[in-house]
Design a protein around this ligand. Structure first.
Ligand code: PLP
Length: 457
């Protein structure tokens, strides 16, 4: 037995060791959390746990394994890069993979977004965008522009700046005081609105917030193309046109947080291409490497990069692992796979089938709404679908807790979330197709029917 095997717990000891030593994320600590399932292997659209049970990965694990599991090509790219150059910084010098990847990303991004600043994940990308927005305005002689408009319920990450933009009270309260100057406005809405409600009201709310704060103090608006929290909130037609005009009118930057909505998730490289708008900054991560290596990026327009090009003003910001050569090599190979296998085209071709499959669940009494785009869908669960009546918060919590384990026990990885109201979210790997959709539907139908029996009068 070699020394690393000697100190590694046996498979049977893993759950015990996790209870004692592993601090899991957004999870109760140690014994309070019970035995955590341990995922040990993945292949295609499936993963297996340490007891040999197979799960259909209906969430690309965390909206990120876009090319699917078990991609040896990505491992090979990492190994080759480790042999050639395991690490080099982007602090004053560069290395080939970061340069190639930056050029590649700029070629895929909307016109005018040419500069790529690498990070290690989504929170760091958002944090970087928040700092860049402030630094940009300061460099142009408007240092008072520090505030940001974000949306209620939206999740933008957990580092202090990104958390301050996040509109979920439940994960903010313990960490106050947060970064000041963030105003949250309503997200786009599709379900349960009174007839005749103006679908663009959420865009107008952004302008009202900018005006109320004082336009000369607002640095940026940050929005996801399709908002994850709240259950895949799709913008109504015209929303991003309107937001773009509002930002231009008031000299405010538009940041598109594409941490989830890029790299084919919506059938396009970026959300901007799906909804036809051009942001000033895009933040991304997750599917950039199909999650085979931690990597994020902030993609910046030439206009926003402008003040930093003279050499007089430097963006005083950096990260040891930003643009890591191994992550960059994996990202390059991943983008090659997405292209070679036309996974973006596949998403566009199969989106109607996925939607139709999920729409088919509307006959279940719990299902109030089905919404989404590409391979990113939410099912909102309600007390009374006909009257569009929602669950009370306590009921919603119990329902979501029950569903979370019931779906997992049924072999489906998806998200049962109670961020505002109960939703189930699906974001299968981009290699998924009708066979996986049918399996997802089968499990959801059975579990949701049982949930209806348990939680509806
Ligand atoms: N922004 C959005 C829209 C996200 O969905 C996430 C994570 O889910 C983040 C930021 C934070 O990303 P990370 O967990 O990689 O820090």
């Amino acid at each position: 037995m070699n020394s690393s095997a000697a100190i590694r717990p046996s498979v049977h000891g893993l759950r015990k060791a996790a209870r004692r030593h592993l601090w899991m994320h957004f999870a109760p600590l140690g014994a309070a959390g019970g035995d955590a399932p341990v995922i040990v292997r993945g292949e295609g659209c499936h993963v297996w746990d340490d007891e040999g049970r197979r799960y259909l990965d209906g969430l690309s694990s965390l909206f990120c394994v876009n090319a699917g599991h078990g991609r040896g090509e990505l491992g090979d790219a990492a190994a080759a890069q480790a042999r050639e150059l395991g690490y080099a910084t982007l602090w004053g010098s560069a290395h080939p993979r970061a340069i190639e990847l930056a050029e590649r990303i700029a070629g895929l991004a909307p016109t005018g977004l040419e500069r790529v600043f690498f990070t290690s994940g989504g929170s760091e990308s958002v944090e970087s965008a928040l700092k860049l927005a402030r630094a940009y305005h300061r460099a142009r002689g408007e240092p008072a522009r520090t505030k940001v408009i974000a949306r209620e319920l939206a999740y933008h990450g957990t580092t202090m700046g990104a958390l301050s933009l996040t509109g979920l009270e439940s994960i903010r309260t313990d960490f106050a005081p947060l970064v000041p100057g963030v105003t949250h406005v309503p997200a786009t809405w599709s379900y349960g609105q009174p007839a005749g409600a103006d679908p663009l009201a959420p865009a107008h709310a952004i302008e009202a917030a900018i005006v109320a704060e004082g336009p000369a103090t607002v640095a940026a608006v940050i929005l996801e193309p399709v908002q994850n929290s709240g259950g895949c909130l799709v913008p109504p037609p015209g929303y991003f046109d309107e937001v773009r005009s509002i930002c231009d009118r008031h000299g405010v930057l538009l940041i598109s947080d594409d941490t989830i909505c890029s790299w084919g998730r919506l059938g396009t490289w970026f959300g901007a291409q799906r909804f036809d708008y051009v942001p000033d900054i895009i933040t991304t991560a997750k599917g950039l490497t199909s999650a085979y290596a931690p990597m994020g990026a902030m993609i910046v327009s030439d206009r926003v990069a402008g003040p930093f090009e003279s050499g007089e003003t430097v963006f005083a910001h950096g990260l040891t692992f930003g643009g890591h050569p191994i992550a960059a090599a994996v990202a390059l190979r991943n983008l090659e796979l997405l292209e070679q296998e036309d996974l973006l085209g596949r998403v566009r071709a199969h989106e109607p089938a996925l939607q139709a499959t999920l729409d088919g669940l509307r006959d279940l009494p719990l299902v109030g709404d089905v919404r989404g785009a590409g391979y990113f869908w939410g099912i909102e669960l309600v007390r009374d679908a006909v009257a569009a009546r929602r669950f009370e918060p306590g009921e919603a919590r119990d329902l979501v807790a029950w569903l979370g384990s019931a779906l997992f026990d049924s072999g489906l990885l998806c998200r049962a979330a109670d961020r505002g109201y109960p939703v189930i979210q699906l974001a299968p790997p981009l290699i998924a197709g009708p066979e996986e959709f049918a399996a997802i539907e089968g499990i959801l139908r059975r579990v949701l029917a049982e949930a209806g029996d348990r939680f509806l009068p």
